[in-house]
Design a protein around this ligand. Structure first.
Ligand code: G4P
Length: 525
């Protein structure tokens, strides 16, 4: 692709993830977006994959589900002159470190909140990572067709709980049974929820925010309240600040109902007005790689194992940071400095309307992997060595003790653990006092996948003894005294031999802090 064409192709890319707590409406809104993109013809297509009610031990079902989830891991479509990549961030039982790592591969995030519930724990965790990355975050307050919290309270919660300014782009006129629509200053219109004439669902507003043509809604108290609130916010609320939005310090807030497909397209249109195109990436030695650089580069942010024992291949998901991917191209794998030919590749672009089947900076490709790649690996073309920044480590919350079932088979056990830990499947810790292995994860599925792969790839049966939820806090080795350890704060070391405590609960952590006020404890992300 010549330079100008590459430049234009990159400019069109918008790559984001939807973050939310389970049940807030992520699947429903994704489905609406795919409908607008012409990828699916009726709602329910994406949902179908969620309904498989499988037992956790039923590997065939998980495999089936995972098989599907590879194709829905990245959903690409064209809309409004842009090529959009939505990266799935699995929740529920699928929640894992990969969910977090996916956020390292996007340029912006959409946060979906259930307006009746406000901000929930999983949203908070995922938000923290977006915030750390300083990417723009756009908020959709969902389920307005049901009774919701006071919108003022929802906006205030953004600031109080997440520490991000909220800027309402529209305002709900009531909610639940008395939901009338959206007062929309951004588009100078009122969107009617039950428009009498479906061809004309909007009432226009003049420069002062009054209806251009009179309509009975203007005498409605709920409408008056919404208008007053919006006026008040315009004067006394946060000022719209594009720079803050781009840094992730302010979030544009949209209200609506994904299920009723109300406010979703308005959201998508406005989102595309502001969402950033692929940005530059910095390497470990501070080189800046521009997305329209002619040389190809990218990094592996997730590795998904095939759960079918007959197909041991994996898929390494690569975010392209610069240049263009061409099937069969040779790239350098930075870690080994070896050349690898990219011939067996999944491109997530099959459904776009355009015929140009290329992947450029901003896009994601899936490489079939027989064990070459690790999470965080950089691949590139050209003479210049490129090594992108390390992916952060995330603080695990769930722990199990792990041992080989057959004590005579230590070799395969250790080999399996070493390789899977290197790949980033789970975190490994070693107890100071007993030298036992402890695994850490952010979601239960990570352990299940680990156990399955140990058996199928390394022929190692393992015993896992749950330790439950723990709070992991690292301690400066100079401040460490092994006597500080107890059954309520187990002392372990991580893969890099750094010491940390696994606290039983917040109470145990507070107790420790009171006892050793000078000892500094730190969490990872
Ligand atoms: P998730 O991916 O974030 O977990 O949420 P999902 O979209 O699956 O939505 C969770 C539930 O909330 C679903 O109901 C869905 O229909 C409902 N929902 C999503 N958006 C809205 C909305 O705007 N208004 C209302 N009233 N409900 C909404 P469910 O009963 O769990 O599933 P289903 O029976 O509809 O499949």
């Amino acid at each position: 692709m010549e330079n100008k064409k590459l430049d234009q192709a990159v400019d069109k890319r918008r790559t984001f993830a939807i973050i939310s707590h389970p049940d807030a409406g992520k699947t429903t809104i994704t489905e609406q977006l795919l409908l607008y993109g012409g990828i699916i013809r009726k709602a329910g297509s994406v949902k179908a994959r969620k309904t498989g009610n499988f037992a956790k031990s039923d590997w065939m079902a998980i495999e089936k589900k995972r098989g599907i989830s590879v194709t829905s891991s990245v959903m690409q479509f064209d809309y409004g002159g842009k090529r959009i990549n939505i990266l799935d961030t699995p929740g529920h039982q699928d929640f894992s470190e990969d969910t977090y790592r996916t956020l390292m591969a996007v340029d912006s995030a959409v946060m979906v909140i259930d307006s009746a519930k406000g901000i929930e724990p999983q949203t908070k965790k995922l938000f923290k990572i977006c915030k750390m990355r300083g990417i723009p975050i756009f908020t959709f307050m969902n389920k307005l067709d049901r009774d919701s919290r006071d919108p003022m309270e929802l906006i205030a919660q953004l600031e109080d709980v997440l520490g991000i300014e909220g800027y309402p782009m529209n305002w709900p006129i009531g909610s639940g049974k008395i939901f009338k629509g959206l007062y929309d200053r951004y588009n100078d219109r009122v969107a009617l929820y039950h428009a009498k004439d479906p061809e004309h669902p909007y009432l226009k507003l003049d420069d002062d925010g009054n209806l251009k043509q009179s309509n009975p809604i203007q005498d409605d108290d709920i409408y008056k309240e919404a208008k007053e609130n919006m006026d008040l916010i315009q004067v006394a609320g946060n000022q719209f600040d594009r720079d803050k939005i781009m840094r992730g310090d302010q979030t544009p807030v949209f209200f609506g109902s994904a299920l009723a497909d109300f406010g979703v397209q308005t959201f998508l249109d406005a989102y595309l007005d502001f969402a950033p195109q692929p940005e530059e990436h910095t390497t470990q030695d501070d080189q800046v790689v521009q997305p329209d650089d002619a040389n190809f580069s990218g990094f592996v942010f997730k590795i998904q194992a095939n759960m079918n024992p007959r197909h041991r291949d994996r898929i390494a998901f690569v975010r392209i940071c610069s240049g263009e991917f061409k099937r069969g191209m040779d790239v350098t794998l930075e870690r080994t400095q070896r050349k690898i030919r990219l011939s067996n590749v999944t491109e997530f672009i099959a459904n776009t309307r355009e015929n140009v089947q290329t992947a450029v900076a901003g896009d994601i490709i899936g490489l079939y992997d027989t064990g070459n790649f690790r999470i965080g690996d950089t691949i590139y073309t050209g003479k210049q060595n490129i090594k992108f920044q390390k992916l952060p480590q995330f603080t695990p919350e769930l722990f199990v003790k792990v041992a080989a079932k057959n004590v005579m088979k230590q070799k395969t056990f250790h080999k399996g653990i070493r390789q899977l830990v290197e790949e980033g499947a789970v975190q490994l810790y070693t107890s100071y006092s007993t030298n036992e292995y402890i695994l850490g994860a952010v979601g239960q599925l990570q352990f299940e996948v680990f156990q399955f792969r140990m058996k199928n790839e390394y022929h190692s049966d393992i015993i896992m003894k749950p330790l439950g939820h723990k709070i992991a806090r690292w301690i400066d080795p100079d401040q460490l005294d092994e006597k500080m350890s107890s059954s309520r704060n187990i002392l372990v070391k991580d893969q890099h031999n750094d010491p940390l405590f696994l606290f039983e609960n917040h109470f145990a952590e507070r107790w420790f802090k009171d006892k050793y006020p000078d000892v500094k404890l730190t969490a990872k992300l």
